[in-house]
Design a protein around this ligand. Structure first.
Ligand code: MG
Length: 161
């Protein structure tokens, strides 16, 4: 049975932080604020995979009050989501995501992001879609106050699990 999941995440942009998206450190004058490395793209994909399982979200597995995840590389979260799929005898079919950022331009990093995400999930990079769009200067994303990401995942699960 094919199960679909959806994920969304947003983090504020702030000076003095690294900008990490899809596990790629991207040169920029601001970075994303958060308890972990604040990789909104990986977080959205993580929630999409967990959502396809009907499981709790990333905050359930990795509370942002837990000092273990302070500054953590978000690939750890994707690895755990992939483990949850395996526990259920499932198989990730694909994930697809869009990053919404006014700046910087991201598509030149998409290949490296796909590799990192595929590796963390244990799937082929061709099963990972990464797209980027601006917010047409509108709202908090348009004012470069934050970056958002949305993702879907499809997971093949045995019947009655
Ligand atoms: Mg997050």
């Amino acid at each position: 049975m094919i199960h679909a999941g959806i994920g969304y995440d947003v983090h504020p942009l702030t000076a003095g932080r690294k900008l990490v998206l899809g596990g790629v450190e991207i040169p920029h004058r601001k970075g994303l604020e958060g308890h972990s490395d604040a990789d909104a793209l990986m977080h959205a994909i993580c929630d999409a995979v967990l959502g396809a399982l009907g499981e709790g979200d990333i905050g359930h597995f990795f509370p942002n009050t837990d000092p273990r995840w302070l500054g953590a590389a978000s690939k750890l979260f994707l690895q755990e989501a992939a483990r949850q799929v395996i526990f259920r005898d499932g198989r990730i079919i694909n994930v697809d995501a869009t990053v919404i950022a006014q700046e910087p331009k991201l598509m030149s990093y998409a290949g490296a992001m796909k590799l990192n995400i595929a590796q963390a999930l244990g799937i082929h990079p061709k099963k990972v879609g990464i797209k980027a769009t601006t917010n047409e200067l509108l709202g908090f994303i348009g004012r470069e106050e934050g970056i958002a990401a949305m993702a879907v995942a499809s997971v093949d699960l045995p019947d009655a699990t």
